[in-house]
Design a protein around this ligand. Structure first.
Ligand SMILES: Cc1ncc(COP(=O)(O)O)c(C=O)c1O
Length: 306
């Protein structure tokens, strides 16, 4: 259900972006993001071992995916999230039967709380991007890309904790080493990108972006080590470009995407010369949005904030 997603040339995007663009579509599944590729591994392994419970911190998509994967296997799933998380994501986590605990702070506070619950209850903590299953799940996207007939020059990957980028990146670098792996983050949440450029962990005091799926502040050292091995570059994009990317994906590709999933198109918009004439794959990695916010962002007219 979560594997073998569509991969297709989207010519309607190409005149505005100045390069060949293929979309790897990760939104047409019950949780509307790629995260269930990893949670299916986590939950099936836990169920095999007879485990009863699991906890994770989530900005919303991992939690939904773990709730979905745990539900069918009789696992008791707890998700810890910020009370400022996207409401539609929180509602779906509850609707899928998980216990949702909200913390007052941001995603980093949710991570601390989830770890505390795991210690208290003696249950498995799923640490996104650190735990191998979350990266292996994302790596299956890489396998599907390199198995496809079409060759590509560049893959643009939204960068949050790093599971997606390290998972896909390892496969691409091993099996299609001539293709560039470029990570994209918002300027408003640049911690992992800055860390990649400096070769050591850089944290930030705050994160300010509409791309809630990638709004971390404290990169995990081991994930940075992996990212340094597999990424060719990591770039930062403006909020206005993310919104322009969401609009383009709606207008020209008929796709409703959440801000994190428009990061690749945003990177193309900000640096047309760099990608001119190349064949670029962008992973459209999630479509969980609050509908009102989405309408505000994609309404015709000047870009919000411009
Ligand atoms: C839609 C979406 N895109 C990108 C990411 C970033 O992925 P990662 O944290 O694996 O880097 C996430 C993370 O949850 C996400 O939900």
């Amino acid at each position: 259900m979560f594997l073998d997603t569509p991969l297709y040339r989207c010519e309607a995007l190409e005149p505005d972006l100045g390069c060949a663009v293929s979309i790897k579509l990760e939104t047409a599944n019950p949780v509307r993001s790629f995260k269930a590729r990893g949670t299916e591994l986590v939950a099936s392994r836990l169920a095999e071992r007879g485990s009863r419970a699991v906890v994770c911190a989530s900005a919303g998509n991992l939690g939904q995916a773990l709730a979905w994967s745990g539900r069918g296997r009789g696992l008791d799933v707890t998700v810890v999230a910020s009370r400022f998380a996207t409401v539609a994501k929180l509602e779906r986590i509850r609707a899928l039967g998980a216990r949702l605990e909200l913390v007052d702070g941001d995603h980093e506070r949710a991570r601390e709380r989830a770890a505390a619950i795991a210690r208290r209850d003696g249950i498995r903590l799923v640490e996104d991007s650190l735990d191998i299953e979350t990266c292996e799940g994302a790596a299956t996207i890489g396998l599907e890309l390199v198995d496809s007939a079409a060759s590509f020059d560049t893959v643009l990957i939204a960068l949050g904790g790093g599971a997606l980028a390290t998972g896909v990146g390892h496969v691409v670098k091993a099996m299609a080493p001539r293709a560039e792996v470029i990570c994209v983050q918002p300027l408003g949440a640049p911690a992992m990108t800055r860390s990649w450029h400096r070769g050591r962990v850089v944290t930030t005091d705050s994160a300010d972006t509409i791309a809630d799926g990638v709004a971390g502040r404290c990169p995990i050292p081991a994930v940075l080590d992996d990212l340094l091995l597999v990424a060719d570059d990591a770039v930062l994009v403006e909020e206005a470009s993310i919104i322009a990317g969401m609009r383009m994906l709606l207008d020209h590709a008929g796709l409703v995407v959440e801000p994190s999933a428009a990061l690749g198109v945003a990177a193309l918009l900000e640096d047309r010369d760099r990608f001119a004439g190349r064949h670029v794959v962008t992973i459209v990695c999630g479509s969980n949005v609050d509908v009102d916010a989405y309408h505000r962002w994609t309404r015709a007219g000047p870009l919000p904030g411009s």
